[in-house]
Write a protein that binds this ligand. Structure first.
Ligand code: ACO
Length: 219
């Protein structure tokens, strides 16, 4: 596999890759926001904005030229969580409200910007590997390369919303620690039904982060 940045000419292919592979993400499986090979407007709009931050990494099969994995990395700025919460409130999609309501609320409460005295955070937002190529270390390599980019650009914090146990493993291997951990089964509606009936072993959503040394070489 070859690894490198995602040029704008590849954005459409990344979206197609995600349509096919990312619906396996455990929180999405439980809530059903995105379906395999179907357009998922709100989610894809966010992914395109993230790609435009220019910090994402892809893995390409050197034989076929096909994208087999992506790490979509974006810049989180102060106020983003609060704007996200507004968007969640206004959304008419229950699934969107459920997933992004959880993520934005947890991050709003954590307030990492204040805690670490930073105005921007390098956020690894989406980690996705082709279902035919999983378990071969591609996610780990994508994450490692993302961290190098974060350091080059002078970010002090790299952070991810790890909704899957497998992503949590990658994060642990790379030295990220848990800033906040929530158990999916603790969220219920007023009738006592689970809001996030996420399949084991994905029992927790963890916000994980690492403080980076200053190796900045870029603006
Ligand atoms: N069963 C058990 N462990 C697994 C499995 C599996 N099916 N798949 C991966 N792992 C473990 C690996 O053993 C490894 O842990 P280790 O270092 O302790 O051995 C770790 O997870 C990472 O393994 P990789 O091979 O680097 O991961 P992979 O390339 O398979 O990609 C990913 C993992 C991205 C989660 C993939 O399964 C995927 O695309 N899933 C669907 C989308 C998704 O859930 N994305 C993550 C959501 S969170 C976020 O995006 C920030």
């Amino acid at each position: 596999f070859e690894y490198g940045p995602v040029p704008p000419t590849k954005y459409e292919e990344v979206i197609q890759h995600l349509r096919h592979n990312f619906p396996d993400e455990p929180l999405n499986v439980a809530v059903g926001l995105c379906k395999h090979d179907e357009e998922c407007k709100a989610f894809e709009h966010h992914n395109l904005l993230t790609l435009k931050d220019g910090l994402s990494v892809m893995a390409v099969d050197s034989n076929t030229g096909e994208i087999v994995g992506v790490a979509l990395n974006g810049i989180a700025r102060q106020g983003d969580n609060e704007e996200g919460l507004k968007e969640v409130e206004e959304s008419d999609s229950r699934e969107f409200r459920l997933i992004f309501g959880l993520l934005f609320n947890v991050n709003h409460e954590l307030n990492l910007f204040e805690k670490y005295n930073v105005d921007k955070i390098f956020e690894l937002r989406i980690l996705s590997v082709d279902s035919r190529c999983r378990g071969r270390g591609i996610a780990k390599e994508l994450f490692m390369r993302s961290e190098i980019i974060a350091e080059e650009y002078g970010f002090k914090i790299i952070k991810t919303d790890a909704t899957s146990l497998f992503t949590q493993r990658v994060c642990e291997r790379l030295g990220l620690t848990v800033a906040k951990s929530v158990r999916y089964k603790d969220y219920k509606d007023e009738k006592g039904n689970l809001l996030y009936d996420v399949e084991s072993p994905h029992d927790y959503y963890k916000v994980m982060l690492k403080e980076l040394p200053d190796h900045s070489t870029k603006g």
